[in-house]
Write a protein that binds this ligand. Structure first.
Ligand code: HEM
Length: 389
């Protein structure tokens, strides 16, 4: 195989990943000028060995990593990465995040309460999308009336993106520009009238006596918005799809709430919301026998690593009793997802509320399920569900 087949739009890219792992575990895609890495051990190494695989140089291209994101955590190497990350870790520790549980429960109940009498909804539009947006917007101190704009921006930024694509899709830079202007205004506003929110705290923060630069502040805002939204939306959507495809599992989860965290971990492995991440080789390196030159771009396929039979026995089986389950859905190493405790908490609260609050919950139509047009993000455009009223 000498070109990467289209991995977008496929609800089931996993058979294709398998043949790539077996036949071309490290594949150069000439069209996108990137080395694609498919096996668990290689993906793990690319994500975690930050001396050899830089995130910084990835900044010029790639969704979520170019433009506004160029000065953000995700596109920065040490030592700056460590300094920037230390400013926000406290806001996202499991303890800090647990304090948000009552508010997340309230938001989740409110969204379900609004839909309950109808007996049906689009799980994505009516529940899985608004929930994480409201949570992150409240953390950042963003007024409720501005939330709808976020959806368009983050949709454009993450969708229509292809792993390793040489240029972002149309509309991408306009969306980033609009988002940049919005956050610039917000930053100026908070400078003169600070509050308790994350943006005000970042404005006040100093590293070695210096405040963050404006591009760094913008990078934080944009990253939190995009990283905190679509990913969690897709975790919820992927979880509901996976559970409802398995009615016996729904029964088990309804009867035993303690089984839910393991089920969420298995969804993260089985249908990983982030399928791929970028790096740049900082030096010549060999992966699975393939030499990769310094300066080359790499795409680490998390979605494939999480289905690698070398790591996970019977990877195509959804098994909530799988132990260990060392999936790479949140990455690994210094860039390990900052929002993982928040995403896990939101998923636990939201899925418990759905399973308990909507008796007879079922897929309205298993046909016509389409994936978001992205090879980076794995999630559904819509997920129609119904329940007994
Ligand atoms: C980093 C996935 C939710 C904030 C990452 C990375 C992955 C990831 C794979 C590693 C990137 C890399 O190695 O280059 C996910 C998934 C989520 C999720 C699957 C939901 C299911 C969130 C949430 C937030 C968040 C809710 C914030 C509120 C971040 C940030 C980083 C990050 C700031 C960059 C960390 C760094 O570079 O040090 N995420 N994420 N994520 N995530 Fe998440």
């Amino acid at each position: 195989m000498d070109a990467l087949p289209a991995l977008t739009q496929q609800l089931d890219p996993f058979a294709l990943y398998r043949s790539l792992r077996d036949e071309s575990p490290v594949l150069f895609d000439a069209q996108r000028q990137a080395w694609n890495v498919f096996r668990y051990d290689d993906v793990q190494r690319v994500l975690s060995d930050h001396h050899v695989f830089s995130s910084q140089l990835a900044g010029s291209r790639g969704p979520g990593q170019g433009g506004l994101f160029a000065s953000s955590l995700i596109s920065t190497d040490p030592p700056r990465h460590r300094q920037l990350r230390s400013l926000v870790t406290q806001a996202f520790t499991p303890r800090a995040v647990d304090a948000l549980a009552p508010r997340i429960t309230e938001i989740s109940d409110e969204l379900l309460g609004r839909a309950a009498a109808a007996g049906e909804m689009d799980l994505i539009d009516d529940f899985a999308y608004p929930l994480p947006v409201i949570v992150i917007a409240e953390l950042m101190g963003i007024p409720p009336e501005d939330r709808d704009r976020f959806r368009r921006w983050s949709d454009v930024v993450v969708s229509q993106t292809r792993a390793g694509a040489p240029a972002p899709a149309a509309g991408h830079s306009e969306a980033q520009e609009e988002m940049g202007h919005y956050f610039l205004d917000m930053i100026e506003h908070r400078r003169s009238d600070p509050g308790e929110d994350l943006i005000s705290r970042l404005l006040a923060a100093q590293i070695e006596g210096e405040h963050l630069s404006v591009p760094e502040l913008l990078g934080f805002c944009a990253l939190l918005l995009v990283a905190g939204n679509e990913t969690t939306t897709n975790l919820l959507g992927n979880a509901v799809l996976t559970f409802l495809e398995r009615p016996h599992l729904v029964e088990r989860l309804r009867a035993d709430g303690d089984a839910l965290p393991a089920a969420v971990e298995e969804v993260l492995r089985f249908r990983s919301p982030v399928q791929s991440m970028y790096r740049i080789a900082a030096q010549d390196v060999t992966l699975s026998g393939q030499q990769i030159p310094a300066g080359a771009r790499l795409v680490a396929w998390i979605g494939s690593a999480n289905h690698d039979e070398r790591q996970f026995p019977a990877p195509e089986e959804f098994d909530i009793d799988r132990t260990p389950n060392r999936h790479l859905a949140f990455g690994q190493g210094i860039h390990f997802c900052l929002g993982a405790p928040l995403a896990r908490l939101e998923a636990r609260i939201a899925l418990t509320a759905l399973l308990r609050g909507l008796p007879g919950l079922a897929l309205r139509s298993a046909e016509d399920l389409t994936r978001m047009d992205s090879s980076i993000v794995y999630g559904l455009k819509h997920l129609p569900v119904a329940w007994a009223t």
